[in-house]
Design a protein around this ligand. Structure first.
Ligand code: 3HC
Ligand code: NAI
Length: 698
């Protein structure tokens, strides 16, 4: 018997208890234990078998760490079928999260009971695969085709009462899984209940799968697992028999298991958990966080205040004037209204948050007791320095002074205070109460418990928190500046913004870079270009001015109704702005460029090579600690398609040598922009990958 499954007899019932913390994943030892447990129960005269999990959950799924390795026997599908074929009555009692292979094992049991708080689902599509242990065959048989299709293609888990309504489980009962499971199994035995195998149920109802396929494919924006999972459910409806359906499921499962997207999504799963685990923070106690101050209640300050209020913090919002403070309050209330509408908070909570937890101020004295103050004023070093000098004067000792600056030097900001060890960058993304990313920017003198507090804040606000070092733009905006510059150069050389947007949406981004610029406001990029020119650009750097012309004419994108696209009121999205082509042509003529054709493939390759190269520099310079930090930054802050895993995971999958070779080819035209990252050259020379660096850092 394996240690991962404990076997015991309680009267006529053989009890199989999973003991594989933390989530009872169905690794090889658990599978072996279940198989021998069933065999033993049958051999020693038991009449029923109860399966449940010790600790916090029933099986949360297959062991994802085994993916991509040869499957060790017994495989999950065979194990499931063996459990289902048992002549004994098999009962699963669920609590916690019965997900993926976990729910599949439950579906192979003959009866299912759960505690009310249990959640169950088939989230495999989120890992780039499909339920591969009979889930696409059994779930539609018990829940019907439509309900099963919804759960399988979305991956969304449901709560036990809903599962009961859908016929997925037989009973919901309060209590401990072991006790309710034993009582239910005994009740079934006493009632002389028959064995009940889902595989013997009739095939589920046929629907118009082809129409659904197109819709699911479109919704997936290039992600193939939901649409492939749909085909597997289709097999449940139309295969000659259950076995044939299972066989089809296996084929489709293996197709996805061997796909690049599976690699990307599994990388994302583990990286989002690893990203905030920094060895240097082990054992470091964060400072107390109960009351925070936010300075500047514009777009960002209002969003940060909203996020903080929603997580239970008290917030003092400091603005320049009473009018500006009132406007800030209006923005925060607007954000909280959204949370109210989405059912995240009640009206009572809304009232408490806006009337008691939020205080407005125009005097710095109001920040004297704050544990943390986050500055979100204009992006101007002299304004920031004035703010930090005043904060230094009023804040209590030990208070953390943070800046939400997008690009500015946090060391320089820290140096204007008498307590640089208390100063840190907390770079939120817009809208700050919605976007998941938080870059914790660690300056030269930032104290370690201040860093730990930044991460603790991220956890409180439910963010993906990434450590970044100080440089222009930190991790994300620095890489963004490079790939945007690459796109701008392709435009000068002959591509159009619309072709680039189309190529990058085909790659999987929800929006292309020019549509994103219109959304964020073209004035942001304009200000940044002016700042760079004022600081003195390297004469070898190619500069473009066509976008400045749009701004000079007052076109800042969506907020003014015109940018790269024209936006009509009431319509979603925009249509290409006909004025843009002439501006680009004029810019090309000025620079003496004869435009050439670009294929979508070349656009994507150059764009991605620029992104990867800069990302490699960011890691090589220690701005990001590990490649996975870059990957998570791009995934959660910049809309990078999750199924590619992040730019550096994507690069590993493509092959680093090919990427380096392409960068060197591009460098023949422009050896200033395309300087290969030393880390990329090193990895290619050593035959290693970015993921090797991730592993080496654990
Ligand atoms: N396999 C291996 N490790 C797993 C795992 C799994 N299925 N699920 C979670 N873990 C690990 C996590 O990586 C984490 O490890 P760490 O502490 O070293 O970082 C640890 O367990 C705890 O996980 P969380 O931090 O995520 O804990 P939470 O309590 O926040 O969440 C959970 C628990 C809801 C179960 C969440 O972990 C989760 O969603 N897990 C994945 C569930 C899933 O996708 N199951 C389907 C797997 S695919 C499958 O079953 C294929 C089959 O059809 C053949
Ligand atoms: P914004 O212009 O919308 O808001 C700035 C606010 O600060 C205004 O309400 C203004 O009244 C107030 N303010 C200015 N000086 C002040 C002072 N001395 N004291 C008190 N209040 C003052 O600007 P936004 O977009 O919110 O940006 C703020 C900061 O956040 C900038 O540093 C920016 O770079 C950064 N940031 C912006 C992002 C964005 O997408 N807008 C994303 C991430 C960071």
């Amino acid at each position: 018997m394996s240690d991962a499954i404990r076997y015991e007899r309680v009267g006529d019932i053989a009890v199989l208890t999973a003991q594989n913390p933390p989530v009872n994943a169905l690794g090889v030892d658990v599978r072996k234990g279940l198989l021998s447990g069933i065999e033993r129960a049958e051999a020693d005269g038991a009449k029923a078998v109860l399966i449940y999990g010790d600790g916090r959950t029933y099986f949360a799924g297959a062991d994802i760490r085994e993916f991509g390795k040869p499957m060790l026997d017994p495989g999950l599908p065979d194990l499931g079928s063996r459990i289902e074929a048992s002549p004994l009555i098999v009962v699963s009692a669920m609590h916690g999260t019965a997900l993926g292979g976990g729910l599949e094992i439950a579906l192979c049991s003959h009866y299912r009971i759960a505690v009310p708080s249990a959640k169950m689902g088939l989230p495999e599509v989120n890992l780039g695969i499909l339920p591969g242990a009979g889930g696409t065959q059994r779930l539609p048989r018990v829940a019907g085709t439509e309900a099963a299709l919804d759960m399988i293609t979305s991956g969304r888990p449901i709560k036990a009462p809903e599962a009961l309504d859908k016929g997925i489980i037989d009973r919901v009962t309060e209590g401990e899984p072991r006790e309710i499971g034993l009582a239910y199994a005994q009740e079934l035995l006493d009632a002389g209940a028959a064995r009940r195998a889902v595989c013997d149920m009739p095939a589920p109802e046929m629907i118009d799968f082809d129409t659904r396929y197109d819709a699911v494919l479109k919704k997936g924006r290039g992600q193939i697992s939901p649409a492939t999972a749909l085909r597997s459910v289709q097999a449940a409806c139309e295969a000659d028999n259950f076995e044939a359906g299972l066989k089809r499921e296996r084929e489709l499962f293996m197709e996805l298991m061997n796909s690049d997207q599976r690699q990307g999504m599994v990388h994302a799963f583990f990286s989002e958990r690893a990203v905030s685990k920094l060895p240097e923070l082990k054992g470091v106690t964060p400072r107390t966080l109960a009351q925070i101050g936010v300075i500047g209640g514009g777009t960002m300050g209002a969003g940060i205040a909203t996020a903080a209020l929603l997580s239970g913090l008290k917030v003092t919002m400091l603005e320049m004037t009473d009018e500006a403070a009132a406007a800030a309050k209006g923005r925060i209330e607007g954000n909280l209204q959204g949370a109210l509408k989405r059912g995240k908070i009640s009206q009572d909570q809304f009232d408490i948050l806006t009337q008691q937890s939020l205080v407005l101020a125009t005097d710095y004295a109001a920040l004297a007791e704050a544990d943390l103050v986050i500055e979100a004023v204009f992006e101007d070093m002299s304004v920031k320095k004035t703010v930090f000098t005043q904060l230094d004067a009023v804040c209590k000792p030990g208070a953390i002074l943070a800046s939400n600056t997008s690009y500015l030097d946090v060391n320089e900001i820290a140096a204007c205070t008498s307590r640089p060890e208390d100063v840190i960058g907390l770079h939120f993304f817009s809208p700050a109460h919605i976007m998941k990313l938080l870059e914790v920017v660690v300056a030269d003198k930032t104290a370690i418990d201040v860093v730990a507090t930044g991460f603790a804040l991220g956890k409180m606000l439910n963010k993906i928190t990434v450590r970044a070092g100080v440089c222009d733009g930190f991790i994300g905006n620095r890489i963004l500046a490079t790939y945007r510059s690459c796109a701008d150069q392709m435009i000068l050389d002959g591509a159009s913004p619309y072709q680039i947007d189309a190529a990058m949406t085909k790659f999987g981004f929800a929006m292309g870079p020019y549509a994103v610029s219109d959304l964020a406001g073209l004035d942001i990029g304009w200000a940044s270009r002016k700042r760079k020119r004022a600081a003195g650009m390297d004469p070898r750097a190619r500069d473009s001015v066509y976008a400045d012309k749009l701004c000079e004419a007052g076109h800042f994108g969506q907020k003014t109704g015109k940018g790269y696209y024209v936006y009509e009121a009431g319509k979603r999205g925009g249509t290409p702005n006909p004025e843009v082509a002439a501006l680009i042509e004029a810019n090309r003529a000025e620079l003496g460029i004869t435009p050439r054709e670009f294929t979508d493939e070349e656009i994507t390759r150059r764009y991605m090579c620029a992104m990867v190269n800069e990302a490699a520099k960011v890691v090589g310079e220690g701005i990001a600690r590990r490649p996975l930090d870059v990957d998570m930054t791009l995934l959660f802050g910049y809309g990078f398609p999750r199924y590619h895993g992040g730019p550096l995971k994507w690069a590993d999958i493509q092959g680093l040598d090919g990427i380096l070779a392409d960068i060197k080819t591009y460098a023949q035209e422009d050896d200033y922009f395309w300087q290969p990252a030393p880390l990329l050259e090193q990895l290619v020379a050593e035959g290693r990958s970015f993921d090797d660096l991730n592993k080496g850092s654990n």
